[in-house]
Write a protein that binds this ligand. Structure first.
Ligand code: ASP
Length: 309
């Protein structure tokens, strides 16, 4: 049996340290622990990396603490538009959805796009039709209502501003979610899900559903899930860049991830972080923000649950 491992994140837009209470910190860590265990159990039972990342991300989508699924932020119209993607590093198959509303678990919809359609990326109305055809759970707007998110939106609603988790004072609950895993067969996968940014408009889409930008997996190199200022992560083709450094420059997972987050993303003034695994089960979780909700567990018994540096 090969080493296996999983890493998850709940976004690089953490509360600034001064605003974090012990009670809140405990809540975040508990939610991370639950999602981590769910994904790890799949791997421990001999399941696939794809199943593990889907299960872990679903768990993060179901808590209101993170900006994905139930906890998604408000758009300029007062709605919730979610993006998600998943990629199988063994086959290079991928699925993604964007601008979907009401979907309880966007990551599972992305999974169905990968498994049950000929396509990779479905958006908006069409993605909603596909969801209905495949019997995805659709929730009423009240399911996604959260007082803190609502107040965040009220604060900037009548302005031209949108609120990126990573660039403004963090007085609320933020965070795209993601998972990467390496299973007992050395296959790797990545999944990412987000509500995007508060007060977004014009059908804005970030990096999270874009294969190669916010999410990527290839058994030959790495599986990566990003969180950060999406526009910069798209321009930097960040997830694929980590893979390219490993493939073409023979860099280790750790060095390639670090080069991208601490140099290349910063060079274009982006902020955020990523989680990554390779097919040997190595894990990297670099970020250039104050914190990143993150957790990881390996078959060798190493477990990490952390928020700040
Ligand atoms: N990357 C996400 C986006 O730009 C946001 C985040 O990671 O918090 O949509």
């Amino acid at each position: 049996m090969k080493n296996f491992s999983i890493a998850i994140h709940g976004g690089a837009g953490t509360l600034v340290k001064g605003l974090m209470t012990q009670e809140l910190e405990a809540q975040y860590k508990k939610a991370l622990q639950i999602a981590l265990n769910k994904g790890y159990d799949v791997l421990n039972d001999g399941g696939t990396a794809v199943d593990a990342v889907e299960v872990a991300v679903k768990s993060l989508e179901d808590t209101p603490l993170f900006n994905a699924g139930k906890g998604s932020v408000f758009t300029a119209e007062g709605t919730h538009e979610m993006d998600a993607s998943i990629m199988d590093g063994n086959t290079l198959n991928a699925g993604a959805v964007s601008l979907v509303t009401g979907i309880k678990n966007p990551v599972s919809l992305a999974r169905d796009v990968m498994d049950k359609s000929y396509h990779v990326f479905l958006a908006g109305e069409g993605a909603m039709q596909f969801a209905k055809q495949n019997n995805h759970e659709i929730e009423a707007p009240s399911y996604f209502y959260d007082e803190v998110r609502y107040q965040q939106w009220q604060g900037i609603k009548d302005s031209e501003n949108f609120q990126l988790d990573h660039s403004v004072k963090k007085d609320g609950k933020f965070g795209t979610v993601g998972a990467v895993a390496c299973d007992q067969n050395g296959n790797i996968a990545a999944a990412t899900s987000t509500g995007g940014m508060t007060n977004k408009k014009w059908g804005r889409v970030g990096d999270s559903p874009m294969i190669g930008a916010g999410n990527y997996a290839n058994n030959e190199t790495c599986a990566v899930s990003c969180t950060g200022s999406g526009e910069f992560f798209i321009r930097g083709v960040v997830a694929y860049d980590v893979s390219c450094l490993m493939e073409h420059k023979d860099m280790s997972l750790k060095d390639a991830s670090s080069e991208v987050i601490h140099k290349r993303v910063l060079d274009i003034k982006g902020d955020g972080g990523l989680i990554a695994v390779d097919s040997k089960g190595n894990i990297a979780m670099p970020f250039n923000t104050e914190g990143m909700y993150r957790a990881s567990k390996t078959s060798e018994g190493k477990e990490v649950i952390a928020i700040y540096k």
